[in-house]
Design a protein around this ligand. Structure first.
Ligand SMILES: Nc1ncnc2c1ncn2[C@@H]1O[C@H](COP(=O)(O)OP(=O)(O)O)[C@@H](O)[C@H]1O
Ligand SMILES: Nc1ccn([C@H]2C[C@H](O)[C@@H](COP(=O)(O)OP(=O)(O)O)O2)c(=O)n1
Length: 229
């Protein structure tokens, strides 16, 4: 293990939208006593600020400027966390479907990826962290001690998202929710910079027919075995 890892190992969980990354990471972090870093929330925060500032998704000059002046923090609140941008709470606003789609576009821009890469490395370098995202095991921490690539079929991921949206009172259909999931997969997988893909040494986990508890137990066991080894 790297000498910089004074707080423990780094666990990377990558995968497409709706695979279960956030839910599992939150629970796994609690079991292991590790810090949870939701990198998707960081990209969402940048997208929200760009939207508020009227910055086009491909305006690299203004995105560079925006990222230079942005401070993103996670404030722990028991098991949950709030996302703060320049001190303001944006936890709710970053979770809309509209911001999700915009994030998929803005996160493809190099200046945004470069800026967040530096922030994420700084947050995680001492270890004792689980980072979830799309490129943690491939780009952010290719030397992470444990890597997972969590997936599920597009239909199942769309179904999960649909249930979430309906519970929130949004009027959507199952078909259109699955379509959006497929569209986001395509954008995330085909972009030039840090596309979504499995690191060669990541443990694949297909959660299509698994419960959250089953995924959690498998990952906890794997991390403990790796740490012990
Ligand atoms: N294995 C699973 N079985 C059933 N539902 C799940 C499973 N994993 C996650 N979910 C549910 O699917 C939804 C999306 O999960 P989330 O953790 O937000 O995914 P991601 O962070 O990968 O986008 C949530 O409502 C979550 O409770
Ligand atoms: N490390 C990351 C994390 C997220 N992204 C991008 C890709 C996704 O479409 C958006 C939103 O990510 P987020 O994990 O919040 O999305 P889901 O909750 O899985 O729907 O950000 C990324 O490019 N790199």
């Amino acid at each position: 293990m790297s000498a910089q890892r004074t707080n423990g190992v780094i666990v990377a969980i990558d995968g497409p939208s709706g695979a279960g990354k956030s839910s599992i990471t939150k629970l796994l972090a609690k079991r292991l006593g590790y810090l949870h870093i939701d990198t998707g929330a960081m990209f969402r925060a940048v997208a929200l600020m760009a939207q508020r500032g009227g910055i086009a998704c491909d305006d690299d000059a203004r995105l560079t400027e925006l990222c230079r002046g942005i401070d993103i923090e996670f404030e722990r609140e028991g098991e949950a966390y709030r996302v703060l941008v320049n001190g303001g709470d944006v936890s709710r606003e970053i979770r809309t479907e509209e911001v999700g789609l915009l994030t998929s576009c803005i996160s493809a821009r190099k200046p945004v990826r470069d800026a967040l890469l530096q922030m994420q490395r700084k947050m995680g370098v001492k270890g004792g962290v689980i980072l979830e995202g799309r490129d943690i095991g491939t780009v952010v921490f290719p030397d992470a001690e444990v890597k997972f690539f969590l997936t599920a079929s597009a239909e199942e991921r769309g179904r999960r998202r649909y249930l979430e949206l309906v519970a929130r009172g949004e009027k959507v259909t199952l078909e259109e929710t699955i379509e959006k999931v497929v569209c986001r997969d395509r954008q995330d997988e085909s972009r030039e910079h840090a596309p979504l893909k499995r690191a060669e040494d990541a443990v694949p986990v297909d959660s299509t027919a698994m419960t959250i508890d089953e995924v959690l137990s498998f990952m906890e066991k794997t991390v403990k075995e790796r740490v012990a080894a």
